[in-house]
Design a binder for this molecule. Sequence first.
Ligand code: NI
Length: 154
Amino acid sequence: MGIRNIVKVGDDILRKKSRKVEKFDARLHKLIDDMKDTMYKAEGVGLAAVQVGVLRRVVVIDCGDGLMELVNPEITKTEGEQQDVEGCLSVPGRNGITKRPMKVTVKAQDRDGNWCVYQGEGLKARCFCHELDHLDGVLFTDNMIEEVRIECAE
Ligand code: NI
């Protein structure tokens, strides 16, 4: 298990733009494996590399139906709209309602550089948007419509 520290809000790195991955090597594979372990340990549904202090365009997501490893992800299509409660492992103790598309299509490379296409609806669509925002230094609190209080935060 490779558990890394999760960077918290207030650290400037969260506001920086992550760089494209060019090398699909053992170092990248180790980063992805560590991100996966770190996300599961923290019981999150998604994690971006910048959240473990690495400014590379890498995201892991698991909304309960399996792990997705997204390298250099881009949103190619969005449809509809939803409003729901969001939180973030880097913004502990805060939750809020954000407006996101209902359906999102993403193209991304896998850990070996092969391009794949993913589609998500509902929670998964929100997750794609939230994690990809991290790669451009955007936090969900930037787009929050309303802050909500939750007794047991996600
Ligand atoms: Ni987040």
